[in-house]
Design a protein around this ligand. Structure first.
Ligand code: NI
Length: 177
């Protein structure tokens, strides 16, 4: 496994629509290694999601950390999603977002509260899950990366655009969980 270099805002790969992965290629060593490397990269930089274009691969694949389990015990697991499709619904809610490709910046972004996520997992098996609140936000953020969209594009006002230091000083209490 390897820690990959994360593309920073301004790199054209972040503004390019990513290509679908042939379902027969999901189990190939190339895609499996890419998923492993993306997981390692996401953990190294304390991300909660990572899309393939962020590691210079123009493919429709992302990781999103989702909660799994029941009421007694939940675990956070990075879910790899190939060729995702999302359907958003519910009210629009605003919350803070950041991005490993937009280093040290935070801003408040309106997103739909609910999302239905479909696609394929790393074994090529279909995924069909409904997510709400923060996991739904992460999925919408990562999905945007596949279409060359950054969270800044989704902000309706730049007033909350905040450097990480100032976010920690003045705003982090908003999002302690
Ligand atoms: Ni991002």
């Amino acid at each position: 496994m390897a820690i990959l270099k994360v593309a920073q805002m301004g790199h054209p790969v972040l503004r390019t629509r990513a290509q679908a992965i042939d379902r027969r290629d999901i189990k190939s060593p190339k895609i499996q290694r890419l998923i492993d490397d993306m997981i390692e990269t996401m953990h190294e930089y304390h991300g909660i999601g990572l899309a393939a274009p962020q590691v210079h691969e123009g493919l429709r694949l992302f990781l999103a950390v989702v909660e799994e389990g029941d009421e007694r015990e939940t675990v956070l697991r990075p879910l790899a999603v190939v060729n995702p499709d999302i359907k958003i619904s519910g009210e629009t809610v605003e919350d803070w977002e950041g991005c490993l490709s937009v280093a040290n910046i935070r801003g408040r972004v309106p997103r739909s509260r609910d999302v239905r996520l479909r696609g394929f997992d790393r074994h090529g098996e279909p995924i069909d899950v409904k997510l709400r609140d923060y996991p739904a936000r992460v999925v919408q953020h990562e999905y945007d990366h596949l279409d060359g969209v950054l969270f800044l594009d989704r902000m309706t006002s730049m007033e909350t655009l905040t450097f990480l230091d100032e976010y920690g000083k003045y705003w982090a209490r908003d999002r302690e969980d």
